[in-house]
Design a protein around this ligand. Structure first.
Ligand SMILES: Cc1ncc(COP(=O)(O)O)c(C=O)c1O
Length: 373
């Protein structure tokens, strides 16, 4: 049997990793500024994280959500403290898309309405509702295209209000910082206006923090730079440093009804051990603060070049927009300088390093970039 061939692959086979370093099957070392697509938060194979997972596996690996799982309760408590959302409740699932799916569903249950407003250049995942909320017709199948979704331009509050006036909007979903769409940071004033508009028209504000959350921008969630409190916050990626896990934070205004949401694997023991270990390490090693410090250093050190159009982002969620296609540059970074980077569209190098990146590692990238420009 062959693999269903949907991914464009680099010819590299990682077999070992530690911190921000990855080694391939030939023993070649790489610097990882991509974090497996913003997933590696506390660093690859952190010894405490590895020990926590091994220890949990020795005790119990899985049971269903029909029994009491104290690890879920502990995560809810710790996450509430770490994020400043202790009065919210936590629903656990398995991925970013599933989190957005649950958020949209919850907004619809809560309001009794069925339209969601999303933004141009958004990415919210690949499951049915999440992909319908994603502004990329190439990945929306006819089956997914019947959801009631209206797209507005980022920062266009008047456009959002026009649709809200229709009276059928359950929620508005927005990324803390748009990732796949090109590291687009929403204006502070726009985020505050959006929050006020949602309250005025009785729509739920859903913040997709799957990529921008969990310390990546130097705050626990990116929207905390804007001083707003959404109704639902969605999480994934960095929450368990590579163990599949997702979740949503739900404001106290929502009433839980037995059976309204559910999942087989969400909140399982191994995911909880991984997620608790991530919070431990983030706190002990001050990784949110590190993401801000090293991210600012990185952003300020990107060399001036006529080939670079703009550098955008916050903390360790950065985009280098070029005046040309970046595929050759990324290839040279990977195969000549042995540095993993990400991409947005055709013209942007996207940096999503583990939150433990050091100044020295950031400088290694800067030197490599200077040599290639
Ligand atoms: C902002 C955002 N939301 C949702 C998702 C989907 O997450 P997952 O691939 O875990 O379903 C992603 C993935 O890249 C993302 O960047």
């Amino acid at each position: 049997m062959n693999l269903f061939d949907v991914y464009s692959l680099f010819d590299v086979t990682p077999v070992k990793a530690l911190g921000c370093k990855v080694w391939d099957s030939n023993g070649q070392e790489y610097l990882d500024l991509y974090g497996g697509h913003a997933v590696i938060s506390v660093g690859h194979s952190h010894p405490d994280y590895v020990a926590a997972l091994k220890d949990q596996l020795d005790k119990i690996g899985f049971y269903s959500n029909s029994v009491v799982n104290p690890l879920q309760q502990e995560l809810a408590k710790r996450l509430g403290e770490a994020s400043g959302y202790g009065d919210y409740s936590l629903f656990l699932d398995n991925s970013g898309a599933e989190s957005n799916e649950n958020a949209a569903k919850l907004a619809s249950f809560h309001t009794g309405k069925d339209r969601i407003i999303a933004f141009r250049k958004s990415f919210h995942g690949r499951t049915s509702g999440a992909v319908a909320l994603t502004d990329n017709p190439a990945i929306v199948s006819p089956f997914n295209s019947h959801h009631k979704v209206s797209f507005c331009d980022l920062n266009d509050a008047a456009g959002v209000e026009e649709i809200l006036k229709g009276g059928d909007v359950a929620g508005v979903i927005i990324e803390g910082i748009q990732g796949c769409g090109g590291i687009n940071v929403p204006d502070n004033g726009f985020m505050q206006e959006l929050s006020a508009l949602c309250k005025r028209y009785g729509a739920c504000l859903i913040l997709d923090e799957v990529q921008s959350g969990y310390g990546r921008t130097g705050r626990f969630f990116a929207h905390q730079w804007n001083g707003i409190r959404p109704d639902i916050i969605t999480m994934g990626k960095g929450i368990a440093n590579g163990f599949p896990c997702g979740g949503i934070l739900i404001s106290p205004e929502f009433k839980a009804v037995k059976g309204m949401l559910g999942t087989t694997f969400g909140g399982n023991y191994l995911a909880m051990a991984a997620a608790l270990s991530v919070l431990d390490i983030m706190e002990r090693e001050h990784l949110t603060e590190n993401a801000l410090k090293v991210g600012e250093h990185l952003k300020n050190s990107i060399p001036q070049s006529p080939r670079i159009k703009e550098v955008r982002g916050r903390g360790l969620m950065l985009g280098i927009e070029m005046n040309e296609e970046v595929a050759p540059l990324r290839k040279a970074l990977l195969f000549d300088k042995h540095i993993f980077t990400g991409v947005s569209g055709k013209n942007m190098v996207r940096l999503l390093a583990p939150l433990c990146l050091s100044i020295e590692e950031a400088d290694r990238f800067i030197e490599a970039l200077k040599e290639l420009l």
